[in-house]
Ligand binder design. Structure first.
Ligand SMILES: [Ca+2]
Length: 319
């Protein structure tokens, strides 16, 4: 009969331990994530000195393979004119550095890197997914960027048809202003339209603009994966079959004082404060646009993009 109180005490002790652990997790989240990061080692602590040079006030990103260095960009714009293929967009003249076509026919990194090389070398056309300058539509001038992605198969995280530049340089304390026009031919279940990432960290974490259940939101792709949504009462659907102007402002901070603002056709739909950088030393160097992730649907989706601008200064009359 004496063992019953002891059993109860054991249960109380175990439950108490978990309660204290959960309270500590919630109240010391920043420290918990720091400890996890130290153990997990998602990036080289010396990545900046290994990848950047600063000279005469100019920051250069190093390309160790080519033995070159390139000045970083704090302003970048593209209207997709005067280009007949994706090959014309890639290179220092236009500033785009790569594209990704991840599909069931090229599901792994090795597969889509090989496909990219073959397309850039003129040995292959598009197999399934497409990223190319197009005259089918244009928001300005004669051309835009056309991206098409077939649905991912089970086992794939997502399908991708995107274009990116790794020459950008935004850090803690910076404001990042983004503006682009998008045209959806039909609704997709879950689509990422824009990724601002750091390529020096495993998994390329960063902020992204998504269409989720038909509405725009933003997410920090880094634990605890905070999502910045529109208020549930005023949620606005992204229009289909017409150009829509998407603008964003990010005040970069690894703490809860970052700025997240998101406009759709000039209306401010998200205006929140929160974490926008994975950690204080992170450098957002990569902008990815187009279908940077598509999943959740069973049909192919097309997305057209035009007049892309990203800048450390306000653009498009936003303040
Ligand atoms: Ca254009």
């Amino acid at each position: 009969m004496k063992s019953r109180p002891r059993s109860i005490m054991k249960v109380v002790t175990v439950v108490g331990f978990f309660v204290v652990a959960i309270v500590l997790m919630l109240t010391c989240r920043q420290w918990v994530f720091r400890v996890v990061n130290v153990i997990w080692k998602p990036y080289d602590k010396n990545f900046y000195s290994k990848n950047y040079q600063v000279e005469g006030g100019q920051i250069y990103i190093l390309d160790s393979e080519a033995g070159e260095r390139y000045p970083v960009k704090r302003f970048f714009s593209e209207g997709f004119e005067d280009a007949s293929s994706v090959r014309d967009l890639i290179g220092l003249d236009r500033g785009w550095t790569s594209f990704t076509l991840q599909s069931p026919g090229a599901p792994g990194i090795g597969d889509y890197v090989k496909l990219r090389k073959r397309i850039l070398g003129g040995e292959s056309g598009f197999v399934e997914n497409v990223v190319e300058p197009s005259r089918r539509r244009a928001r300005s001038g004669l051309q835009c960027l056309r991206t098409l992605a077939v649905a991912p198969t089970s086992g794939m995280v997502c399908s991708k048809a995107s274009l990116d530049t790794m020459l950008l340089h935004f850090t803690k304390g910076d404001d990042v202003w983004f503006s682009a026009w998008y045209y959806f031919e039909r609704a997709g279940e879950f689509i990422t339209l824009m990724d601002l990432e750091t390529t020096f960290v495993r998994g390329w974490p960063g902020m992204r603009i998504r269409v989720n259940q038909g509405c725009l939101d933003m997410e920090l792709k880094w634990p605890p994966k905070r999502v910045y949504r529109q208020s549930s009462e005023d949620r606005r659907l992204v229009p289909i079959g017409q150009w829509v102007h998407i603008q964003a402002r990010l005040g970069l901070s690894e703490l809860d004082d970052g700025i997240i603002q998101l406009w759709q056709d000039g209306d401010l739909l998200v205006d929140q404060r929160g974490k926008t950088l994975p950690f204080a030393e992170a450098v957002y160097n990569d902008l990815e646009i187009g279908l940077s992730a598509y999943n959740g649907g069973s049909d192919a989706v097309s997305l057209y993009v035009d007049d892309v601008v990203i800048s450390a200064e306000p653009i498009g009359g936003l303040k």
